[in-house]
Design a binder for this molecule. Structure first.
Ligand code: MG
Length: 273
């Protein structure tokens, strides 16, 4: 992750030195990245959960994700509340963060899809359980995609997921997989295995980086990262028509660090001159 941070910073610097927005420096296939609203934590009240997902739907985001499976017996009520609030139209995604055992995950995969028309089940079992993911990919309902990849760091980790393959849609996090240089390798792997690639979080960086992913699916517009990016950076992006469009005027990633606002979080060192 430290290497990813340095890699992203170097790409940003190169683009700034060339006075280009980063997306123009990369071999871009797209000019925008579709997003899905993501949050829906399991400790939210039903009202807060439904309100958060409704908020994204009202912003024109047609795909919504909530966390599930920490206490599986509570999920039916949570999913009922969400469907009641957002209606039948938005696609619903779920993320178990690897909380379930294999057969338990298969049981919930069927219920999620049949009862709430869930279309995406992320990390139903833990990512290291590649055989479990593959079993679920093969046996879950056809219109429910199994996704994983946020905990893949090296090309080898991604080969394990796409070989077989163990997922219907691969995920990658540009701040974990070796930065933009690593992401371009992952993009090649996913294309070679005919799999779409979805961006995990870091929306301000991912909006540029994933325009260079030919088999781009979408980007996780994650509640907490959106909040932190806004807190610390000027120049962050807001979804428009369900997508983030990288700024093509400002150089690099188009971001400026808010030194004054960040000062109270300083752990050590001094502000650069
Ligand atoms: Mg996840």
């Amino acid at each position: 992750m430290a290497l990813s941070a340095v890699d992203v910073a170097l790409w940003d610097l190169k683009a700034r030195l060339l006075d280009l927005p980063l997306v123009r420096l990369l071999p871009a296939y797209h000019d925008r990245v579709p997003v899905y609203g993501s949050g829906g934590f399991t400790n939210y009240s039903l009202d807060r959960l439904a309100g958060q997902l409704t908020g994204w739907a009202e912003q024109g985001i047609p795909r919504l994700k909530l966390k599930t499976s920490r206490e599986p017996e509570r999920d039916p009520r949570r999913l009922d509340a969400v469907r009641r609030a957002v209606g039948d139209e938005p696609e619903l995604f779920t993320d178990a963060n690897g909380a379930l055992a294999r057969k338990e995950a298969l049981y919930w995969a069927r219920r999620f899809h049949e009862e709430w028309d869930v279309r995406w089940f992320e990390e139903p079992v833990g990512s290291p359980d590649v055989a479990g993911l593959r079993m679920l990919r093969d046996r879950a309902p056809e219109r429910l995609e199994i996704a994983a990849g946020e905990y893949a760091y090296t090309a080898r980790d991604f080969v394990d997921l796409v070989d077989g393959p163990a997922v219907d849609c691969l995920q990658a996090d540009v701040t974990r997989c070796g930065g933009i240089t690593g992401l371009l390798e992952v993009a090649g792997l996913s294309a070679a295995q005919h799999l779409d690639l979805s961006a995990h979080c870091a929306p301000a960086i991912s909006a540029h980086a994933f325009c260079a992913v030919r088999r781009l699916r979408h980007l996780e517009y994650f509640h907490d990262h959106v909040r932190i990016e806004d807190l610390l950076f000027e120049g962050t992006l807001s979804p428009d028509g369900g997508a983030l469009r990288p700024d093509t005027v400002r150089p690099g990633l188009g971001l400026e660090f808010k030194w004054a606002d960040a000062e109270r979080y300083r752990a050590y060192g001094t502000r650069p001159a």
